[in-house]
Design a protein around this ligand. Structure first.
Ligand code: GLA
Length: 756
């Protein structure tokens, strides 16, 4: 049993293999947080809940204000005296805001319930590793039942949380704020880690010391956004990859979110996560329920590396449903950066043919194949094939490319409508808009009102019709603007505050239909690059386009932040042309390949425009992807070094779960004069096993004989060939490490070690 309850101490104890989470019920019936941290084997439980400072029930009545201000609520509510950040604000029919929850009863069961209409983790194995606790809380004044759900995933050391509200009374209620999780922690010093960015520089790691007051990251853009990410971790000062305590929360949701830490007057920290309350007001009519999305929590006392490992294992085993999750994905070539809108069937065929000759396995036709879409100012919503541009039917193009032995993929952007489209001309009220106000156009497009079923169905009927018309293996589902003008003609004033969330629910329903109707389809989500790269979308698609920035050096930070949470197989990563479209940088073809190898690998260029040298490198890169991808996708990931101004190199390691092999990737961002070798180390090996260096890929003078570093001192030469014959013990490689010579700007290497 990983979840237990002691009636004597009124304590719930939730265990995973290495962690314990404890909830206590106070004498007054409040549910309070006691502990989250290293596993507790035995416990008596006396006096553990921080409410004993309050002398007794009669005094408590008088002193309730003081009690409220410091009690570590498991799920704090607003309006009745706790002035810290709350999780739940509910108003009654008169519009008065106030809610107070007391414990009623509990249920413990095996497995993990699904969440209606929402992506959520699951228990596929059903081998007793996952259990769920439901705490039934009640506000008798509102006749509101609040079910706090906790599921423990032993092996991965994860606890998930979600909340269900049931209006049991005969009055309608309004939910003004409903978050999904809270940890009310004791007074400690913490730093807060979050992921920050913008378009083409998503998910850069940011770290700050927690100060008094509320500090939050959030999105009100209708998507999880590249600006902030639905993730925070509180860490003890000095925490690094291997040491320090980490409390992390990650949201399984793709719309507005808030993740917040509130350091209050007693120096206690409250950490919360949920849907951002901005423009949120959900009418909870009598007899109705509302389900708040899931939060994934993990604790590590062995630094950020363990947090990452827990999350990777959890998402692979319990969130990504796609049959492709553990498979090597086909190496794709996408025509976007190669042609933009300027293509016809012959041009696409030529790109596909050249790609196929180099070993690439799937051709993806990007934006511009439908309606009259010859630029980004029109056509969204007209999901019928432009047969004059494609010089025939979609099927004829698909069949032609498939005859090469390639798979075929297609781009769609189902959530949008161009004012210049047949769909808009037929249904001018289908876009989100506020009466009498010109809706904001972004990339000349408006957002469809996905809260309306007839709109969702019409769009999906069109898109599914196209997909049924030819043998399509892959879909790239794009979404290229944020939401604004949140108004719908179909709901009354009492329900407008539901639109942001109803939009996300509508999106989930559409993607559910897609993956159900086409069970073998490989779906890749995308949103102006990686604006909606989140755990919610991973429930539908096993890979997401990480960023529109395909520059190998920019990608280092983007991929590092992304892979801190998500398995590497989820990151779409492509080689594109140079100078790079986003930053104009020139990087070696080989480094572009080595960096893209960390994700789901592909190309975004026209092969005939490459130099002969570059073109000749592609078959080897294809081979390497097949050789290493399973190790990268299914093994353990270790971050060895993040590049900074003082040490401008990046380094990570992928080691097989059975410790049989390990691949180290090293990228030298900048070279420096008089540089000496850098020592790096492997991780996750068997300390007493022997490992042989089986392959070194890259660096100057291996692939590029004319490289300028050839004339540098011998120190900067790559390892001599005889080194490949040497053998080391695992602990040598992990502790002493090995030396990598200076490589020069933007140069990279892979080192592959295999257990002998
Ligand atoms: C977005 C995507 C790109 C491409 C274009 C097409 O920007 O991120 O990869 O698909 O849309 O319009």
């Amino acid at each position: 049993m990983s979840i237990s309850y002691s009636e004597a101490s009124r304590i719930f104890k939730l265990d995973t293999d290495n962690t314990t989470y404890m909830i206590g019920i106070s004498p007054e019936g409040y549910a309070g947080h006691i502990y989250y941290g290293k596993k507790i084997g035995h416990f008596c439980g006396a006096g553990m809940l921080r409410c004993n400072e309050i002398p007794g029930p009669s005094v408590l009545k008088r002193e309730k204000g003081g009690f409220q201000a410091s009690f570590p609520y498991e799920y704090p509510t607003g309006g009745v005296g706790d002035y810290r950040v709350s999780c739940l604000d509910v108003s009654n029919e008169k519009g008065q805001n106030g809610c107070e929850l007391c414990y009623d009863h509990y249920e413990i069961s095996d497995g993990k319930p699904s969440l209606e209409g929402l992506p959520a983790s699951f228990d596929k194995e059903k081998d007793g590793d996952v259990q769920t606790l439901k705490l039934f809380m009640k506000d008798p004044v509102l006749d509101l039942e609040v079910v706090l759900q906790y599921s423990t995933f032993n092996r991965e050391n994860i606890i998930t949380r979600s909340v269900i509200l049931n209006n049991k009374g005969d009055h309608d209620l309004s939910i003004n704020r409903v978050l999904s999780a809270c940890i009310d922690m004791d007074n400690r010093q913490y730093e807060m880690i979050s992921l920050h960015g913008g378009w083409a520089r998503e998910r850069h790691i940011s770290r700050r010391t927690l100060a008094y007051g509320q500090q939050a990251v959030h999105s009100t853009r209708g998507v999880s956004s590249p600006q902030e990410h639905p993730f925070i971790a509180l860490v003890t000062p000095g925490t690094n990859q291997e040491q320090g305590e980490v409390y992390a929360m990650n949201f399984v949701y793709s719309g507005n979110f808030v993740a917040e830490a509130d350091l209050s007057q007693n120096s206690a920290v409250r950490m919360v996560m949920g849907i951002d309350p901005y423009d949120f007001c959900w009418k909870l009519n009598c007899g109705c329920s509302f389900t708040a999305p899931e939060v994934v929590m993990t604790y590590s006392h062995e630094g950020l590396g363990q947090m990452t490992g827990n999350l990777h294992d959890f998402y692979r085993a319990h969130l990504i449903r796609s049959p492709y999750e553990s498979e090597n994905r086909p190496i794709l070539i996408n025509n976007w950066e190669g042609t933009y809108f300027d293509f016809n069937a012959d041009k696409l065929y030529k790109i596909a043919k050249d790609a196929h000759d180099s070993g690439i396995e799937m051709f993806v036709m990007d934006d511009g194949w439908f309606g009259h879409r010859d630029n980004d100012g029109c056509g969204l919503g007209d999901w019928y094939v432009n047969e004059s541009k494609l010089q025939g039917s979609l099927k004829s193009l698909v069949d032609r490319i498939k005859a090469l032995g390639m798979k075929f993929g297609i781009w769609v952007e189902p959530e949008m409508i161009s004012p210049d489209s047949d769909l808009y001309r037929a249904h001018p009220d289908w876009a989100l808009e506020i009466e009498s106000r010109d809706p904001l156009q972004s990339r000349a497009q408006l957002v469809l009102d996905l809260s309306r079923k007839e709109i969702r169905d019409t769009v999906m009927d069109m898109i599914c019709g196209v997909l049924h018309s030819a043998d399509i293996d892959y879909v790239k589902w794009d979404m290229n603007r944020y939401l604004s003008d949140i108004g719908s003609v179909s709901v009354d004033s009492g329900h407008q505050g539901e639109l942001y969330h109803r939009y996300v629910l509508g999106l989930y329903e559409m993607q559910e239909r897609l993956v159900t109707e086409f069970p073998n389809l490989l779906l890749e989500n995308c949103s102006s690059g990686g604006a909606r790269f989140d755990a919610g979308m991973l429930y539908y698609s096993p890979q997401i386009w990480t960023s529109d920035d395909t520059d190998a050096i920019e990608r280092l930070r983007i991929q590092e932040g992304t892979e801190m949470l998500y398995p590497m197989s989820t990151m779409g990563a492509h080689i594109s042309k140079c100078p790079n479209e986003q930053v104009g940088r020139m990087t070696p073809f080989e480094t572009r390949a080595n960096v893209a190898l960390a994700g789901t690998f592909g190309y975004e260029l026209v092969i005939s425009k490459l130099s002969d040298d570059e073109r000749n490198m592609i078959p080897k890169q294809v081979e390497r992807y097949h050789k290493y991808h399973s190790l990268i996708a299914n093994g353990n990931y270790y971050r060895i070094h993040s590049w900074d101004d003082d040490e401008p190199f990046d380094c990570w390691v992928n080691t097989a779960k059975d410790k049989s092999e390990s691949l180290l990737t090293y990228v030298q961002v900048l070279g420096r004069p008089n540089e000496v070798s850098r020592r790096v180390h492997l991780s996750g090996l068997d300390p007493v096993a022997r490992y042989k260096l089986e392959e070194i890929v890259g660096g100057p003078s291996t692939d590029n004989p004319g490289d300028r570093n050839v004339d540098a001192p011998s120190l900067s030469r790559p390892e001599a060939v005889e080194e490949l014959k040497e053998i080391w013990f695992g602990d040598e490689l992990m502790n002493v490490g090995f030396l990598i010579p200076p490589l020069g700007d933007f140069r990279s290497r892979l080192y592959h070690y295999v257990k002998t």
